[in-house]
Design a protein around this ligand. Sequence first.
Ligand SMILES: NC(=O)c1ccc[n+]([C@@H]2O[C@H](COP(=O)([O-])OP(=O)(O)OC[C@H]3O[C@@H](n4cnc5c(N)ncnc54)[C@H](OP(=O)(O)O)[C@@H]3O)[C@@H](O)[C@H]2O)c1
Length: 254
Amino acid sequence: MPDMDTQQASLNWPRIRFDFCGIQVLVTGGTSGIGLAIATAFVEAGACVTITGTRKSPQDYDNDLRGFHYRQLNLTDLDSVERLGKSLRELDVLVNNAGATYGSDAFEKELLVNLTSVHRLTCACEATLKRSQFPGGASVINIASMMSFFGSPYFPGYGAAKAGIVQMTKTFTALWAAEGVRVNAVAAGSIATPMTDMYVKNDEISQSVISKTPMGRWGTPKDIAGAVMLLCSPAAAFVCGHTLVADGGYSIID
Ligand SMILES: NC(=O)c1ccc[n+]([C@@H]2O[C@H](COP(=O)([O-])OP(=O)(O)OC[C@H]3O[C@@H](n4cnc5c(N)ncnc54)[C@H](OP(=O)(O)O)[C@@H]3O)[C@@H](O)[C@H]2O)c1
């Protein structure tokens, strides 16, 4: 059994290499955290990657985003979401990653940002995705959450949206699988990102996450990027409508 240091070290040197040479990828919310890790992994695998963020320009971020094409996008503006999707001439992989929590009094806004906008963007990309020639099919990946499955008193809209993401993943599969577009989701456990930074830095909360996670650590954005790459690769050519849980075992503990 490898110790934790060995496990961590191996995360930095993955033995599996994916080949996405020449394909077009769109990652919403690619400016930080999970989205940035996914976008980086696709670039390293040879893809041409467009990311979105809410700010005007990629220079407005501290992270180095020079390896990506950049489009400004606010998911609260559904018309601009649709315009962005329709403006793409080629697309092989759509990663609906962007998301946010706003609190218990923001039910509709959490639904809009985390679910309705995902539906709008995915529909806007339909024709382009169906033209993809990528072996194993084009892919849509939706980022789900433990809150897809568990109740939370703090973010009711976010939880409803993330549960809806799992269902919508199945619905798009029923609609599009026969035409070569695979739609899957990755349900992320507790991942250390700007979104969770205040919890990672709070010893009591952080320790409770670690002790409830069988793997005994917070996840990294790369943990989620790996799951996304696997689902988009030709190795997963017969996998569709699936939500892959990447949570270090968190959800199997009662
Ligand atoms: N971290 C976790 O533990 C965890 C667990 C389960 C699921 N998730 C999901 O994983 C995804 C990424 O989260 P993260 O932890 O990587 O968070 P993050 O570092 O805060 O990144 C969020 C990304 O979404 C973008 N975004 C936020 N609000 C937006 C809006 N209204 N319109 C357009 N883009 C918006 C942000 O853009 P700006 O940088 O411009 O603000 C940023 O690129 C989210 O869907 C989240 O729900 C995260």
